[in-house]
Design a binder for this molecule. Structure first.
Ligand SMILES: Nc1ncnc2c1ncn2[C@@H]1O[C@H](COP(=O)(O)OP(=O)(O)O)[C@@H](O)[C@H]1O
Ligand SMILES: [Mg+2]
Length: 333
């Protein structure tokens, strides 16, 4: 078996790289900023540099994710982003063996695209591992056991839901619901209700700092936006109460999908899950009030993991040191 030195997650919000024996070494937005020129698009920034340009430049400059809902949407920009990010962690200028952690709902063709992408930026040996399995490993679960684990990872672009035992996914689903859709909804709602245009970066900050699933939370934050009518910058205070009706439907949708998955399982498996609880992870599960919301609206036992946004890449890091387990997971995927 090949000895893998790097693990990478090209997430809907962040790309993370784990280097064996070094740890989580990089986390930058999965973003590209580009400007159209007569010779084609010119890249102005990648990763963190692209995020800094969000909303700050002339209209023609686009800041976008080259990955949509876990799929490689723009191959060329993915290559540019990976080359840039690998250069940042590539201490020894040797990046031959890479493990890529991806969504569990991808077709064989989409998986091949990931292999081609990594090969095209100079990786020799590449293997694919479902990120939801890494989430379980990161949370300390024994995924080789016959005992079933159910995990839900609410990330930047999607929510992965999976039921896992004996090194493989018994049942898995991917929902196109994640933090970025919530950010867009926040920006639209503020424009509609308060007549102020804000950027997606501000909307994300609002979600993370003021967003809450407590019904009467008192968090608030002053934002700066542009008045739709006067076109003049205007400050406005947004409260958690403004955020709840925007965010809540996304969590309701996720819970519905999780419940549908559980109720479609064989009774031997679903009873195990009811005993052990459903694990929630992913950056968005750090939202204030999720625990309270689940208590009220989720019919099954549950728990939210620590380090929810990094648990998958940290699990992938552990796998880099367990070649035997890695071989079994790759074989079953
Ligand atoms: N406190 C928070 N509340 C709500 N969302 C959060 C919070 N912290 C981070 N996020 C969101 O989590 C998402 C990133 O989660 P992550 O699991 O790293 O995503 P991915 O792996 O899909 O890139 C982003 O949309 C980010 O805004
Ligand atoms: Mg992730």
């Amino acid at each position: 078996m090949v000895n893998y030195r790097y693990a990478i997650e090209i997430g809907g919000a962040y790309t993370k790289i784990y280097v064996k024996d070094c740890g989580l070494s990089l986390c930058e937005p999965t973003l590209v900023a580009a400007e159209p020129t007569p010779e084609g698009y010119k890249v102005l920034g990648l990763g963190l540099e692209a995020k800094k340009l969000m909303g700050k430049t002339v209209d023609a400059v686009e800041v976008f994710s080259p990955v949509t809902n876990g799929l490689i949407e723009n191959f060329e920009y993915c290559q540019k982003l990976l080359e840039y990010l690998f250069a940042k962690v590539d201490f020894k200028k040797k990046r031959d063996n890479v493990m890529v952690i991806i969504s569990c709902g991808l077709s064989e063709e989409e998986k091949r695209k990931y292999l081609n992408l990594l090969h095209s930026v100079g990786c020799k040996d590449v293997c694919l591992v479902p990120s939801i399995i890494c989430t379980c490993i990161g949370a300390g679960k024994n995924i080789s056991s016959t005992k079933t684990t159910m995990a839900v990872n609410i990330g930047g672009a999607n929510t992965d839901i999976a039921v896992i035992n004996m090194n493989s996914i018994v049942k898995g689903a991917t929902l196109g619901v994640g933090g970025r859709a919530m950010d867009s909804a926040i920006a639209h709602t503020i424009a509609y209700n308060h007549g102020i245009v804000i950027g997606l970066g501000t909307a994300e900050t609002l979600k993370n700092e003021v967003g809450s699933l407590f019904t009467n939370d008192s968090l608030n934050m002053e934002i700066a936006g542009v008045d739709i009518e006067t076109k003049i910058p205007r400050a406005y205070i947004i409260t958690s109460d403004d955020m709840y009706p925007v965010l809540e439907p996304y969590f309701a949708e996720i819970l519905r999908a999780v419940e549908v998955t559980i109720t479609s399982l064989a009774p031997e498996i679903s009873t195990e899950i009811i005993n052990s609880g459903v694990m929630f992870a992913g950056g968005v599960s750090q939202i204030a009030g999720l625990n309270d919301y689940l208590k009220k609206h989720f019919r099954f036992p549950y728990y939210i993991v620590d380090d929810a946004d990094n648990v998958a890449i940290l699990g992938a890091g552990k796998l880099l040191n367990d070649q035997t387990l890695l071989a079994k997971i790759v074989e079953n995927f």
